[in-house]
Design a protein around this ligand. Structure first.
Ligand code: UDP
Length: 240
């Protein structure tokens, strides 16, 4: 019997803050985070190197009211700090489940986590540690999707995996339109011309220019991450 090898050696997984909320209205849902870490642990056991860019929407939601009328850059720094909280929670859950995680922050916060240093991140990945990139790009006016594209390109990830609650990109909202069908794959140009809004324009342009494919998949569907890594038909592939 031949054992199939993973289709990817190094992946960049973008987890939105919302992915950590489960069914809660904001914050971190412990059971959800534990389940997610199990999915990640599963693919690391296949020998796949995993880097994670974590969002902050779940925490920011809890304070969003207070940010009304606030200076945009200040609110964005709050958002970046929210991603640091998520990164700490995620890394803690990973450690508890036997994975070695290293959090690296794009903004200096050295008493809490180490700063992002590219060669060090690469070293950790080679050592089989999961690297969690916190604080997005470190700059206001950007998103963690852009951080995923940027870090994905920097570390030479073969694909950016955008985890969502839906198992791919659909012709219409599958919750509203039962006739909606999932795209198996489509090019960046097709995604743009059809206005599919897979990532924000900056993130999308970066991936397209770097010919870094993006796969949209469901993080709540059990085994989907493994299927993606094994190159099976899961989610939607956006290619250059
Ligand atoms: N953010 C930022 N620069 C970055 C990444 C994030 O300013 O490079 C801020 C921004 O305010 C954003 C928040 O952090 O709204 C949380 O990130 P994002 O919305 O991408 O998280 P997600 O929606 O994926 O949970």
């Amino acid at each position: 019997m031949t054992i199939a090898a993973p289709a990817h050696k190094r992946i960049l997984l973008k987890l939105s803050g919302e992915a950590l909320m489960g069914d809660d209205s904001f914050g971190i849902n412990r059971a959800t985070i534990v389940r997610m870490v199990e999915e990640i642990a599963d693919v690391t056991r296949l020998g796949v190197q995993v880097a994670v860019v974590i969002g902050g929407g779940n925490i920011f939601r809890g304070v969003a009211g207070g940010s009304v009328g606030m200076d945009r850059a200040t609110a964005d720094y709050m958002g970046m700090l929210a991603t640091v909280m998520n990164a700490l929670a995620l890394a803690d859950a990973m450690d508890k489940q036997g994975l070695t995680a290293r959090v690296m922050s794009a903004i200096a916060i050295e008493q809490v986590v180490e700063p992002y240093v590219r060669p060090k991140a690469l070293q950790y990945l080679e050592e089989g540690k999961v690297v969690v990139f916190a604080a997005g790009t470190g700059n206001p006016f950007f998103t963690t999707d852009t951080a995923a594209a940027l870090r994905g390109a920097e570390i030479g990830a073969e694909v950016v995996l955008k985890a969502t609650k839906v198992d791919g990109v659909y012709t219409a909202d599958p919750h509203k339109d039962p006739t909606a069908t999932r795209y198996t794959k489509l090019s960046f140009d097709e995604a743009m011309s059809r206005n599919l809004g897979i990532m924000d324009a900056t993130a999308f342009a970066l991936c397209r220019d770097q010919k870094l494919p993006v796969r949209v998949f469901s993080i709540i569907k059990h085994g989907a991450l493994r299927r993606v890594v094994m190159g099976e038909d899961e989610g939607t592939l956006v290619y250059a």
